[in-house]
Design a protein around this ligand. Structure first.
Ligand SMILES: [Zn+2]
Length: 283
């Protein structure tokens, strides 16, 4: 997930204000390309009058190719696209009890990591303190005339650089892990609330949600095809998995199956974590 994608999630969760208002009134324009010719898919309003005088309003999506010799795709009603988009969004939804459970597992894992972090910080701090002692010794040596001014300042400079380096490591270990935890929680909360949010949100938010979770959107023969972005790809795997597994748990009702499910659930946080190695805390 990039920084801007993460910011978008924050906006959708209501933690951040959106960048700027947009005038585009269609929820799914600017997102899809035609699966036949690769041109942009656009939309327009259509008004139809029935024989009995009733007026109907439709929104049609279509490829922007100029004529049928380039592209044979026909128009698609927004309702059809909307249905498919809802399915896509629902496919990454994970149930609330799983979210709770997974966050607990991650917190436990994080506690174990805290221990590792503490020992990293301790050893770095010892090294840091040693640097301070070395500087004291240097000063003493300089006072006693055992070191020339140039030697003294060169050595002091080296030690101070080392001190700064250690200080950076100490600060990084702490903040990285906490930040990572927050992001995981946000992704989970996002996936848990996403389908309700999607169906009840305005066109612009719908577009933002789709843009955040999908890439490579194509429309062909009235079918939307997409690629899920990370980490939603993994969430979809988990979501599918839970839906199948929970049936087993419900019907079998024996502790062995429950344990098996729990074990499989347990692999998920690791999966999510491995999907973005950049964000792993040191250690
Ligand atoms: Zn086309």
């Amino acid at each position: 997930m990039t920084k801007s994608e993460f910011n978008q999630i924050q906006v959708i969760l209501g933690k951040k204000r959106p960048d700027k208002p947009h005038k585009n009134t269609f929820p799914f324009t600017g997102l899809m390309k035609c699966g036949e010719c690769g041109k942009v898919v656009t939309a327009e309003h259509k008004y139809k009058k029935q024989k009995n005088g009733n007026k109907h309003h439709y929104i049609y999506y279509h490829c922007t190719a100029k004529n049928k010799s380039i592209c044979s795709q026909s128009v698609v009603n927004q309702k059809e696209i909307s249905k498919q988009m809802i399915d896509i969004v629902n496919s990454i939804k994970v149930p609330r009890d799983f979210v709770k459970w997974a966050l607990e597992v991650i917190k436990k894992q994080n506690n174990a990591e805290v221990q590792t972090r503490i020992s990293i910080i301790e050893s770095q701090r010892k090294a840091y303190d040693k640097c301070s002692t070395k500087i004291d010794t240097l000063i003493e040596m300089r006072i006693n005339g055992e070191l020339l001014e140039e030697e003294f300042s060169n050595k002091k400079k080296d030690i101070q650089e080392e001190k700064e380096r250690l200080n950076k490591i100490i600060n990084n270990v702490d903040s990285k892990a906490d930040k990572w935890m927050g992001e995981v929680e946000d992704v989970f909360n996002f996936s848990e609330m996403i389908s309700t949010k999607f169906e009840n949100s305005d066109d612009l938010t719908k577009k933002k949600i789709i843009r955040n979770i999908c890439s490579n959107l194509y429309l062909k023969d009235k079918k939307v095809s997409i690629q899920l972005k990370k980490p939603f790809e993994e969430l979809q795997v988990v979501s599918k998995f839970i839906r199948n597994e929970s049936i087993v748990v419900r019907t079998a009702g024996n502790s062995l199956d429950k344990r098996k499910t729990a074990l499989s659930y347990g692999q998920f946080p690791t999966m999510l974590r491995e999907s973005d190695s950049n964000r792993r805390p040191i250690g």
